[in-house]
Design a binder for this molecule. Structure first.
Ligand code: TYD
Length: 132
């Protein structure tokens, strides 16, 4: 069993896609261990995306992530980390193929609806950050 951290980003709530996104994870038989809605502070958003702090889109990304409430999910299942990443689709909106969450719903690379941990090390850090 593996656990991973998912965030439904502010546009997911604004566009009222929370239920449809969660439904996909449930349909894939992933277990929701914990879940809550909250607002990311600028400090936490900067920490969460620290690996991108030198990118030109960083300030915009932090502004977006703190622009409204988000939903945090602690998901569990076999190979959950890679499985959920595949269900999200590619980061670049033009590369996110239909059938993935981003491929079906996202219209922008920045406002791409969902975050999920990309490896075991980051999953442990992110689960601690938001559910610790
Ligand atoms: P990243 O961690 O590279 O991707 P992922 O979310 O798929 O793990 O990037 C984090 C977020 O930064 C990404 O979800 C959207 C935003 N972003 C941009 O706005 N522009 C970009 O060119 C990239 C690469 C990411």
């Amino acid at each position: 069993m593996e656990q991973t951290l998912v965030i439904i980003k502010p546009d997911g709530l604004r566009r009222k896609l929370v239920g449809r996104i969660i439904q996909r994870f449930e349909e894939k038989n992933l277990t929701i261990r914990e879940m809550y809605q909250g607002v990311m502070t600028e400090e936490i958003a900067q920490e969460h995306y620290a690996h991108l702090k030198d990118k030109p889109f960083f300030a915009n990304l932090v502004a977006y992530m703190t622009s409204g409430p988000v939903v945090f999910l602690l998901l569990e299942g076999p190979d959950a980390i890679l499985l959920v990443r595949q269900m999200l689709g590619a980061t670049n909106v033009l590369h996110a193929v239909p059938g993935t969450i981003r491929g079906d719903f996202a219209c922008s690379t920045t406002e791409n609806l969902v975050h999920a941990s990309d490896c075991q090390e980051n999953a442990a850090i992110e689960i601690q950050r938001f559910f610790g």
